[in-house]
Design a protein around this ligand. Structure first.
Ligand code: EPU
Length: 416
């Protein structure tokens, strides 16, 4: 049996680090993944005056006492979706923020209007000028905010600003992803008063003072765990996926069982083994948590390509997250995409060729396709994969995969 240990959650760490700006003191964050997106976030925050010290291999001491600017307008802002958290964090601390528009992987339209709606409800003005967003509030005052769409980023951003507003903010129709709970737990440890994170109504009572000295450990990465569960399933492996929270994986576990993969949950690990007989087709719709995560849609598509019959995937979050199918078609995949639905005619052999990672999770799907395809697959643009998977090649090699990294091949960059 092979074993793989899951790293800290990218999307939790990308919220926790900016949240530390709210205190202007020192705190310690453990289980921080060593990935490109975190390096970029650290570079951006360092340019504001944050001092990072690495302690051990995954622990960061973060000192935000030297930050005296609310301008975050460097080039790296464009290269990271999560740079939008500097809006909420700087607005909370300084009542003012100037940030460059965040980038965004091209999954179709990715507006941030719900973030603005929340900041405006708290009393901030939002002015867009020459590609920069200027936020300013004489007084930040708690208010009810109803999100028109369930948004992870807007929920976290409004929490960040509301922590330092006067009075009560109620976020209704909030997102419930595990990392929202992790970030709320961190903020509460710093002295915030947040209740209801993980449900669709979050109540934030503003506090006057917050404190440092906190040690917080980032939760395991739900999407990295899911990627390894699917990789183990697709290769008919016998793998123990360690350092996971099985509850976070339930939507995937249910689908793997339906596809005829054996999944056994333990306290903090999940054992994947092949079922008896072939893979079964399945229909999947991506939804906000606790629904099936959109970020696991590309990897699971590869597994469905191995199941005889027609499986369908309906993308419930983004307008256009099937572009990577074109790459997999080069390997022999039979897929019809119609708007937000992909129909996969599975059971046809995939064969290796040169393909491109178009974004982070599409890149993970390319790797999985390469693992199950006949012959050699070459994947270009692997820098996208570096953004969100720590030591992917090393972890897969330890599980017995024949995979190696060659000189970096860069094409255009994107963000998620
Ligand atoms: N939306 C709006 N208005 C807004 C905000 C969102 O219309 O103001 C829409 C979006 O266009 C999308 C939907 O709401 O259709 C959900 O977007 P959400 O705001 O939840 O996504 P996000 O915060 O931009 C985060 C993750 C993504 C993940 C999504 C959904 C980070 C840095 N990114 O993005 O992660 O796909 O939530 O779970 O946390 C990834 O890790 O590969 C990745 C893309």
């Amino acid at each position: 049996m092979g074993e793989v240990t899951i790293s800290g959650a990218k999307n939790a760490a990308l919220g926790v680090l900016p949240a530390a700006l709210l205190i202007g003191e020192v705190c310690t964050i453990e289980n921080v993944p060593d990935i490109l997106d975190i390096t970029r976030m650290k570079n951006i925050m360092a340019s504001l005056g944050v001092v990072f010290q690495t302690v051990g291999h995954d622990t960061l001491r973060v000192d935000t006492s030297g930050v005296s600017t609310f301008h975050a307008t460097g080039d790296e802002m464009h290269r990271l979706r999560a740079s939008y958290y500097l809006m909420g964090a700087l607005l909370g601390r300084f009542h003012e923020a100037v940030i460059t528009f965040p980038g965004g992987c091209d999954f179709g339209n990715r507006p941030i209007d719900q973030h603005f709606k929340g900041f405006e409800a708290l009393g901030a003005t939002v002015v867009i000028d020459h590609g920069c967003i200027h936020l300013k509030a004489e007084h930040l005052v708690g208010a009810p905010v109803y999100l028109d769409v369930v948004s992870v980023g807007a929920t976290i951003n409004i929490m960040l600003a509301a922590v330092r507003a006067e009075g009560l903010t109620t976020i209704e129709n909030a997102a419930k992803e595990p990392h929202i709970v992790d970030i709320a737990n961190f903020l509460n440890a710093l002295g915030a008063d947040i209740k209801g994170a993980g449900t669709d109504i979050i109540k934030v009572r503003g506090v006057r003072a917050m404190n440092g000295g906190v040690v917080h450990s980032i939760i395991p990465d739900q999407i990295e765990a899911g990627t390894f569960m699917v990789a183990a399933a697709a290769t008919r492996g016998n793998v123990m996926v360690k350092n996971v929270i099985p509850k976070h994986m339930e939507s995937l576990t249910a689908k793997l069982l339906e596809i005829n993969v054996q999944v056994e949950e333990r306290d903090d690990c999940i054992h994947i083994r092949p079922g008896n007989g072939p893979f079964m087709k399945a229909n999947i719709k991506t939804l906000p948590y606790p629904g099936f995560p959109t970020d696991l849609q590309p990897p699971v598509a590869v597994l469905l390509m191995l199941a005889a019959g027609v499986s369908t995937i309906t993308e419930g979050i983004y307008d256009n997250r099937f572009k990577y199918m074109e790459e997999l078609r080069h390997m022999g995949a039979e897929v019809q995409v119609n708007g937000r639905t992909a129909m996969i005619e599975g059971g046809r052999p995939l064969s290796g060729c040169t393909i491109k990672a178009l974004d982070l999770r599409a890149g993970a799907a390319c790797v999985l396709a390469g693992l199950v395809a006949e012959g050699e697959t070459e994947i270009l643009n692997v820098q996208y994969i570096d953004r969100g998977y720590e030591n992917l090649v090393e972890k897969l090699t330890a599980l017995g995969a024949d995979i190696r990294r060659e000189t970096r091949t860069f094409c255009e960059d994107s963000n998620d």
